[in-house]
Design a protein around this ligand. Structure first.
Ligand code: SF4
Ligand code: SF4
Length: 222
């Protein structure tokens, strides 16, 4: 899933300081799973902003809604009758949400309430970790299901780099060296030779390096 973090309240308050009537829009997708932008978080943000604005002598009227997703036009369309009733809209979805909203409703203003971080998953309750960088051509079959692009600090395709110590990356003892993990797994399975076999060059045109990307599935296009 896409993992995000809440923006500092002070940053959100500053974005909306001139607005008197606001819609906060949550999303039931990834941001609900990582506890940052679902219905519960919409309620908490609304209460926090209202209290802060009352304390500052500048009360604000806030309406709460949570959409199934903010990355599909059919759900974005569900607010078409109300979206222009507000001075602005705070989106609690990942960075895709406010952009889809902005494209659908060009006359309205949209503000992000979260900082979108990475594709990952929960490694512990309350802790998420990056697993994929969305490179567009997955090559983790060479590395027994582990991704050196997303998980090596240098995205090395032929590691380790020599800075690894005690299974940790040279950038921090809190970061596992994925190349240490790859090598150990190959050794444990008696397949270390895999790493000296020729691998074709990575095609980076499908990654972000090739510019903004589109994914077209002809069988689904109407
Ligand atoms: S190789 Fe690319 S698609 Fe596969 S997990 Fe890594 S970043 Fe994601
Ligand atoms: S120590 Fe490991 S994870 Fe860190 S940059 Fe080097 S190979 Fe990559």
């Amino acid at each position: 899933m896409i993992v995000a973090n809440p923006k500092p309240i002070s940053e959100i308050l500053d974005m909306i300081k001139d607005l008197k009537k606001i819609l906060i829009l949550g999303c039931k997708g990834c941001v609900t799973v990582c506890n940052v932008g679902g219905a519960k978080e919409v309620g908490i943000l609304a209460s926090t902003l209202k209290i802060a604005r009352i304390k500052g002598g500048n009360p604000v009227d806030i309406t709460e809604r949570t959409l199934e997703r903010q990355c599909d036009p059919e759900y974005i369309a569900q607010v078409k009758d109300i979206v222009h009733d507000f001075d602005g809209v705070i989106s609690m979805a990942c960075g895709v949400g406010p952009q889809f909203l902005s494209e659908a409703y060009p006359k309205q203003r949209f503000f992000p309430a979260v900082d979108t971080t990475f594709f990952g998953g929960a490694v512990q309750h309350g802790i998420w970790a990056e697993r994929c960088a969305g490179c567009g051509t997955c090559i983790i079959h060479y590395f027994d299901g582990m991704c050196p692009i997303a998980r090596c600090s240098k995205s090395l395709m032929n590691g380790p780099c020599g800075g690894s110590a005690g299974g940790k990356c040279e950038i921090s003892k809190d970061v596992d060296c994925i190349w240490d993990m790859i090598v150990r797994k190959k050794m444990e399975q008696g397949r270390l030779d895999d790493l000296v076999r020729f691998k074709p060059s990575k095609d980076w045109r499908t990654a972000r390096d090739g510019g903004p990307r589109r994914s077209i599935r002809e069988e689904l296009v109407i």
